[in-house]
Design a protein. Structure first.
Length: 109
């Protein structure tokens, strides 16, 4: 059975989740992605990808209503599943393999 490959933004969101300690909600993910990529990222696009990744079984989520009294909102925290971590490792291996030996070619260009 073939696996769906991660899209670039899906990959970035998973990596940002790991960087933030393995569990995060959309606002810190947006800030991390903007800091790391130097590009503006909308919170809605991150949330859409988070939901897609959860549907694929690569993330799980939990609701935290402890902020409701303070902010009026319930936060949804996302965490990588074991399958999500495996998919990241797989993607990393694929990319390293593809980059192998290309550095010199890029330096010559």
């Amino acid at each position: 059975m073939g696996r769906d490959r991660l899209g670039e933004f899906e990959h970035q969101v998973l990596l940002a989740t790991v960087r933030l300690g393995g569990e995060a909600y959309s606002v810190p993910l947006v800030l991390e992605l903007e800091a790391r990529t130097g590009r503006e990222v909308s919170q809605s696009s991150v949330f859409i990808v988070l939901q897609r990744l959860e549907k694929k079984g690569l993330l799980s989520s939990r609701m935290d209503d402890s902020w409701k009294e303070k902010t009026g909102r319930v936060r949804r925290y996302f965490r990588l599943t074991p399958e999500g971590m495996e998919r990241l490792k797989e993607t990393r291996r694929d990319l390293i393999s593809l980059w192998d030996g290309i550095g010199a070619t890029l330096d010559e260009a």
